[in-house]
Design a protein around this ligand. Structure first.
Ligand code: MG
Length: 335
């Protein structure tokens, strides 16, 4: 496929499209359900409540330090399922391709989708391919929907945090957004930093084995600040963070200071925020630290009784500062 590019005919539903599926998409994704080319995949679900989510990915650039749009699409959707305690099972893959996009690059993205789906233990069972004219998209956009099952006894909800709960995060904040920014080479930034893009379902399983988790959220767009505001509002309780405990790498802090950004508002793609009852907090924290993606886990604050949506940062010396909800995205197209 060297040198070959996407043409409008690849989206036409005719022989060129069938060739693209046969020669490029199916060999790389190759799920038995996908290649039957039925109008809809059929599958059996194990017992439990069904979790269902969807996400679109428009990240720029398509390849960034620590990942690419394919990895991001799988991780983003798997993580959203994991945040409600679901075991992810099936994904769909919708591709919107720009005329002129190199098929070699498409193959790279699809290889990444296949690799991360395999690691997550999910199957890509259905998909769709559309092509738009040159200039009407930026290479490739991806939409993924995901289905999972929540095993009986799990009851995790964004509205489940309660006063007294401890807030735990599994590591450094803001790596994804800043890595993508560095990858754009717009500001001539030089920083040895990779996106934290990762699959969180394994970490979640080990947390839930260790104790009871009341609420979880992956702080993606809008960063930790948006995730906490949402949790506080949904759970009708206030949140207090300890400034000194908020983990931000030196490099990320430096770039943020230079560009006037707040690391608490920067996107993450491999982080989770959990509200855990005080009784189980140590056990859950220990389980997290024992997992590869949780080595830097720490308690960053508490849920307290107070106004819904009120998130404050307490410093050792100074007074409290209130976190605002971000009004928009500081960095567009980071996911
Ligand atoms: Mg999410």
């Amino acid at each position: 496929m060297a040198g070959e590019v996407i043409t409008m005919a690849h989206g036409g539903g005719g022989t060129r499209m069938l060739e693209l599926l046969r020669d490029t998409v199916f060999p790389l994704l190759g799920d038995a359900a996908l290649v039957t080319a039925e109008d809809a995949a059929t599958f059996e679900l194990p017992g439990g409540r069904v979790a269902f989510t969807t996400d679109s990915f428009v990240v720029k650039p398509l390849l960034f330090p620590g990942g690419d749009i394919g990895k991001l699409a799988v991780c983003g959707t798997v993580n959203d399922l994991a945040m409600v305690g679901a075991r992810p099972l099936f994904l769909t893959l919708g591709l919107i391709l720009e005329e002129g996009f190199e098929i070699r690059l498409l193959e790279r993205v699809l290889r990444s989708v296949a690799e991360w789906a395999r690691r997550a233990g999910v199957r890509v069972v259905a998909g769709d391919t559309k092509v738009v004219e040159r200039g009407m998209a930026d290479g490739v956009y991806i939409n993924t929907s995901g289905v999972g099952v929540v095993p009986g006894g799990r009851n995790i909800s964004i509205s489940g945090a309660a006063p007294g709960d401890v807030l735990i995060v599994n590591g450094y904040l803001g790596d994804h957004g800043i890595a993508v920014l560095v990858g754009r080479e717009e500001y001539g930034l030089e920083l040895d930093l990779e996106s934290d893009c990762a699959l969180l379902n394994g970490l979640v399983e080990s947390m839930l084995e260790a104790g009871e988790v009341h609420a979880m959220r992956d702080p993606t767009r809008g960063g930790l600040a948006a995730a906490l505001k949402e949790m506080s509002a949904a759970s009708a309780a206030a949140i207090e963070l300890t400034e000194e405990e908020l983990p931000v790498r030196e490099g990320v802090r430096g770039v943020c200071e230079m560009l006037g950004l707040d690391p608490l508002f920067i996107a993450n793609e491999g982080k989770l925020l959990a509200a855990v009852g005080e009784r189980d907090a140590e056990a859950v924290l220990e389980a997290m630290r024992g997992h590869q993606l949780g080595a830097d886990s720490r308690i960053i604050g508490r849920v307290v009784s107070g106004k819904a949506g009120r998130v404050s940062v307490v410093t050792e010396l100074g007074p409290k500062r209130l976190l605002r909800m971000p009004s928009g995205e500081q960095l567009p197209r980071i996911c």
